[in-house]
Design a protein around this ligand. Structure first.
Ligand SMILES: Cc1cc2nc3c(=O)[nH]c(=O)nc-3n(C[C@H](O)[C@H](O)[C@H](O)COP(=O)(O)O)c2cc1C
Length: 200
């Protein structure tokens, strides 16, 4: 089983990295788990050009063609090979980081084809596999109780999982007000989610 971590954080060794590490620790209780981590800021990921080549590509392809020549090519391969995903991002200005949004835009129609629900033309996954996902988010000051005012990220990622990645989100962490509450407050949950994600 292959687990792919998509890390949209900007800082190394801080909140998001620590929670991802805890999750991986939990996932590794399954000895057959293979983990690949992608730190998006270290990759060359250009903006989507809205050329619609991907949307118009053969719907039977698992990944549609994209004319942009950058690191997304290798990332698409990793996505195709993955059985489970972790989407991890700090909450910046109420939503995912810019690099995570850029990445998600690039997957919008390369991993999806025009479907019929809720209306004709809306994206549905090209993959026919049933995958799983976990979302990890952290915010500096907004506590979990006020999450609704500062978390557009969970719904965005959940929607991308449904429309493009073909993945069911089995759990999420909103590590709110982490500056005050500290990491330990959220570590155990990350470990547990890792265990659940890696369960076959
Ligand atoms: C540009 C920017 C915008 C941010 N916006 C928010 C915000 O809207 N709400 C919040 O609670 N924290 C906000 N933060 C704080 C980050 O969420 C916090 O530093 C991050 O979760 C820590 O992740 P890291 O330790 O892995 O880098 C922001 C930080 C930056 C740099």
């Amino acid at each position: 089983m292959k687990l792919l971590v998509i890390n949209g954080g900007y800082r190394k060794g801080k909140t998001i990295d620590a929670l991802v590490e805890k999750l991986i620790e939990g996932a590794k209780q399954n000895p057959d788990i293979l983990v690949e981590s992608i730190r998006l800021v270290e990759k060359d990921i250009k903006y989507c050009a809205n050329c619609m080549v991907c949307r118009n590509d053969d719907p039977s392809k698992e990944v549609a063609v994209c004319p942009i020549d950058d690191d997304m090519k290798e990332i698409y391969q990793s996505i195709q090979d993955a059985d489970a995903f972790v989407f991890a991002s700090p909450i910046n200005m109420g939503t995912v980081t810019a690099v995570m949004k850029t990445f998600l835009e690039r997957t919008c129609w390369t991993l999806a084809k025009p479907g019929t629900k809720p209306i004709k033309g809306c994206p549905e996954p090209r993959t026919t596999k049933d995958k799983k996902a976990v979302v990890i988010l952290s915010s500096g000051v907004v506590p979990p109780i006020l999450r609704t005012f500062c978390d557009d990220a969970t719904s965005l990622i959940k929607s991308c999982c449904q429309t493009s990645f073909g993945a069911k989100v089995i759990g999420s962490i909103y590590a709110g007000a982490v500056e005050k509450k500290g990491l330990d407050h959220y570590s155990q949950k990350a470990h547990e989610l890792g265990k659940r994600l890696a369960k076959v």
